[in-house]
Design a protein around this ligand. Sequence first.
Ligand code: NAI
Length: 287
Amino acid sequence: MEIKSVVVIGTGTMGQGIAQWFLQQSLTVEMVDSNFEFAQAGQAKIYDQLDTLVTKGKLQSADVEKFKPRLQVKHLAEIDPQADLIVEAIYEDKEAKKDLFRKLDEMMKPNAIIASNTSSFPITELGKDLSDARQKRFLGLHFFNPATIMKLVEVINGLETDRSISTELITWFNQKGKVACECNDAPGFIVNRVARNFYGESLRAVETYDLEKIKEVDKVMREVGGFKMGPFELMDLIGIDVNLSVTESVYKAFFDEPRFKPHRLQKEMVDGKRYGRKTKKGFYSYE
Ligand code: NAI
């Protein structure tokens, strides 16, 4: 499989990391966001990250100087229709995603692959309005945060996805140092399904906002459980808003299965705009 150019749509937490990872594979990357200034800020942030990696001795300065001009910020109407792969990482909003895919289906070359980084929506449903030919080239590519570091990529086939494409993509990612695995198109795929209980039971363990209890749970899970991050630290990193919408979506998709039920505290944090690191305040403070 030859992938030379990628378009990443949605340049928030995930889109930035995904764009940077592709850039570091020496690909041409276009970044699009409905808020053009977000995309520009994302590009500046990626440049900073690359420079930091040079300072730390993890990348060669000559390589970074080659990468930088390959990253461009575009409006959706201006993207290269010949791009090989499009990765969507916009808000977890089903209708907005479907609307975007319909546009991309018309704009992009016939053999372009269109992928969604959705955390929880069924791939078959997201792709169902696309042309028959495009549905074969439509699939889920679920990266993890931060996408430049986390190795796992869940590759999700919809009912119509051509299996040879996902198989080739898995090989391609694995050759580039990722750990790509094929997942069923079931709510939450693998990690987000298993992780619902990691977050849900932790929220039930503290019940109401109490920083000392929160720290205690994180400490136990890190130091005894062997997790790299505790559940509350991880929710702050992912975004409590994103985490809540994933929980709601998995809960609904499993027909209100009680073990996936969102917790009141999650909702309370979101209502108070305490989304985690991105708003500088979540379960912890990042001022
Ligand atoms: P975010 O809120 O940080 O960024 C979303 C970006 O999409 C924003 O910059 C927004 O302006 C832009 N956007 C919204 N609608 C758009 C449209 N129609 N066209 C172009 N741009 C648009 O969200 P985040 O966290 O990056 O999540 C993006 C997707 O990735 C979601 O589907 C989420 O479920 C998924 N995801 C999130 C992970 C996380 O740890 N945050 C992990 C894996 C997947």
